[in-house]
Design a protein around this ligand. Sequence first.
Ligand code: ADE
Length: 273
Amino acid sequence: MQRIFAKTLFKNKVVIVTGGGTGIGMATAKGIVELSGKVVIAGRDKARIDEGVEKIKTHCAEGAEVLGLQCNIRKRGEVSNMLTDTIDKFGRLDGLVNNGGGQFWSPAENISPGGFHAVVDTNLKGSWNCMQEAYHQYMGENGGKIVNIVLMSEMGLAGMSHSAAAREAVKNLSITLGAEWAGNNIQINCVAPGIFPSETAVAAYGEQSKEIFDKSAANVPKKRLGELYEGANLSEGTLSLDLIPQILFNLTDAVQYTTGWKETLDSRTKLVL
Ligand code: ADE
């Protein structure tokens, strides 16, 4: 796959990607190791993480490494261990991509208290747990880059009330922490990739998948959803979420980059600062 970046762009850099065993997280992780980085994929399901590691290994450029760690981001102790294990193994932490999360589609009136809590807990508290632990264990002293994966939900998102509320809270948290931790040289951005028809999304949305995907595609100027290779790569003339490596490595002014994306491409991806 053709990319514009030097193959050594992430040499000696260490990035954690939560939910890195599947979907957008895995595409991001592959994008990092293809650029010689060291990536930790963290997720709840050990088998999925192990499988993800095997797949990502086949993409490793020279010097790249992948480590899989089981971690439920809802559990602070597990997040703390995940950060400690990463730093013990690699000695540093340059980036954190908070991609782990998820939701199910449901009219608001049918969401149970447990269902609402689970979605908020994973998407909001999970991201918070990872950011605060990253701060305490490494970034507070050394700086770093954080990318939070969110939704295009600023105008609300029918059928996703739990997740839209949680993701908007993550955006706000990102702004607040970005300001509080600016002096620590920590940069926080959010990326809202839109719907990617990954296996995980199909599993989460069940029999509503087709309707959700079709309706979403109809609202995209290009009239199609993103493909996962677009999750981390720049290929086939398509500017895409290579945005994530770019932000992690500070290659470009993210706002300008996003503007270019929106004007020339299909506005499926939106960066929120
Ligand atoms: N991806 C989805 N839910 C998750 C969780 N609780 N922990 C880690 N990754 C996840």
